[in-house]
Design a protein around this ligand. Structure first.
Ligand code: ZN
Length: 365
C-alpha cells in the first residue's frame, strides 16, 4: 500500500505506529485542538480501511505549568482539574467519533522514563546539570523546522522555553528535568526534587511505548517548533535511531479573523457549543474538507456550507450505483495525501456505493 503524505511516498508494511500529541487537560476542547484529533482519526481510518493494524497513542500532558497555574487560580488540586477536564475531552472526542486511542499515556505515569532519558543524554554528553535542573543541548534543533535562529528564539519565548534562562549554555537548550519550588508538584530524581520538561515527556512516552521510532507523529501545526523539533532531537540523540518519526501529520492552524485560536487571546470556538447546533459529521466534514496542512479561518458560514455538503453526500449515497469504479476510486484517492476534497467531489458526482464508501471511511454518518 502506498500512502502519500506531505508530498512524500510512505510505504506501509504491517502494523502502523501513530503518536498524537494530546491535550493539557486544563480547559474545554476548542475547535483548533479538535481539528488535529479528527485529522489523526481520518488517517487511522484510511489506513485501517486498507487493512493495516494501526496502534495510536495519544498522551495527556498532566504535568505542565499552565495546568498547575489554572489549578491554583481555581483553588483545585491539579489532579482533580486534570481528571475532570480529561473526562470532558474524551466525551467530546467520542461525540466527534474519534476512535479511542489504543494507548493513553499520561506524563505523570512516565516520570521514570523521563529520568531514564535525561540520564541517557547525560551519559552521552548531550545534556548538562545546573543546580537541580537538567538541560539538553538542542541549540540546532530549529533546523528541523526550517526556521532561522531569530524565529526559533521568538518561538522558544512564546512556548515558555525560557531562552533567557542564564543557566543555559545555549538559549535554545531545553529543560529535561527542572528543579521545583517547595509548593509545586514534584517527584524525586538523581538531581533532587523536580519534574519533567514538556518536550522530554513526549519523547520519553514515545520511547517507552513504541521504542526508538514511530511511523507517523501527529500534532497541531504550531507544535513544529519547539515541541516536535526538540522531541525528535532528544529521542535521536538518546537512541541513535533516525528518523524518530517517519512522517509528521501536523494539522493546519485554525484561525479566527486571521488570528490563531488560543486561550490566551480569548477567541476560542468551543466544540461543545458547535455540537449543540450541528451534527458531529458536519463538524468532521468542516475540518476534513481541505488540505490538512494548511491554516484556515473558522466561520459559521463555512460550517453551514459543510452541513449542506453533508446533505448532498447523503442524497448521493441514496442514489443507485452509476459508476462501478467509484467505490474503489474513493479509498485510493484518500491515500493521496488524504485528499478529502477530491474524494468528496467524486462521491457526490458518482453517488451510490462511492458516496456510501466515503461516509463509512471518514465516519460521516
Ligand atoms: Zn507532544
Amino acid at each position: 500500500m502506498r500512502l502519500q503524505l506531505g508530498g512524500r511516498l510512505l510505504p506501509m508494511v504491517g502494523r502502523v505506529r501513530m503518536y498524537v500529541c494530546g491535550i493539557t487537560p486544563y480547559a474545554v476542547t476548542q475547535l483548533g485542538h479538535a481539528a488535529t484529533y479528527v485529522w489523526a482519526d481520518a488517517l487511522d481510518r484510511v489506513l485501517s480501511w486498507h487493512g493495516h493494524t494501526v496502534s495510536i497513542a495519544r498522551n495527556i500532558t498532566d504535568v505542565d505549568d499552565v495546568l498547575f497555574a489554572e489549578a491554583r487560580r481555581r483553588g483545585e488540586s491539579p489532579t482533580m482539574l486534570a481528571t475532570l477536564q480529561r473526562a470532558a475531552f474524551e466525551a467530546t472526542m467520542t461525540t466527534l467519533r474519534v476512535r479511542t486511542p489504543d494507548l493513553q499515556p499520561s506524563a505523570a505515569n512516565h516520570i521514570g522514563h523521563v529520568i531514564a532519558l535525561a540520564s541517557a543524554l547525560l551519559d552521552q554528553e548531550r545534556a548538562y546539570v545546573r543546580g537541580g535542573t537538567v538541560y539538553a543541548r538542542t541549540g540546532s534543533a530549529y533546523l528541523r523546522a526550517g526556521i532561522d535562529r531569530a524565529e526559533a528564539l521568538a518561538r522558544a519565548e512564546e512556548y515558555h522555553d525560557h531562552p533567557d534562562d542564564p543557566d543555559k549554555d545555549d538559549p535554545l537548550d531545553v529543560v529535561l528535568w527542572q528543579e521545583t519550588a517547595d509548593d509545586e508538584v514534584s517527584w524525586p530524581s538523581p538531581w533532587g526534587k523536580g519534574r519533567p520538561g514538556w518536550h522530554a515527556e513526549c519523547a520519553a512516552m514515545v520511547l517507552a511505548l513504541y521504542g526508538p521510532s514511530v511511523d507517523i507523529h501527529c500534532g497541531g501545526a504550531d507544535l513544529a517548533f519547539p515541541h516536535h523539533a526538540a522531541e525528535a532531537e532528544l529521542a535521536e540523540a538518546a537512541t541513535g535511531v533516525m528518523p524518530f518519526a517517519r512522517a509528521w501529520l501536523r494539522a493546519g492552524t485554525v484561525m479566527v479573523g486571521g488570528e490563531k485560536m488560543a486561550k490566551s487571546t480569548g477567541n476560542l470556538v468551543l466544540v461543545e457549543d458547535l455540537l449543540a447546533d450541528y451534527p458531529a459529521a458536519a463538524l468532521r466534514l468542516l475540518i476534513l474538507d481541505r488540505p490538512w496542512a494548511e491554516p484556515w479561518n473558522w466561520s459559521r458560514d463555512a460550517l453551514d456550507a459543510a452541513a449542506a455538503e453533508l446533505d448532498d453526500l447523503y442524497a448521493a449515497a441514496a442514489r443507485p450505483d452509476a459508476a462501478l469504479s467509484g467505490s474503489a476510486a474513493i479509498p485510493a484517492r484518500l491515500l493521496e495525501d488524504l485528499d478529502v476534497p477530491t474524494a468528496l467531489a467524486m462521491a457526490i458526482e458518482d453517488g451510490g456505493q462511492a458516496a456510501r464508501t466515503l461516509i463509512e471511511m471518514l465516519a460521516l454518518s
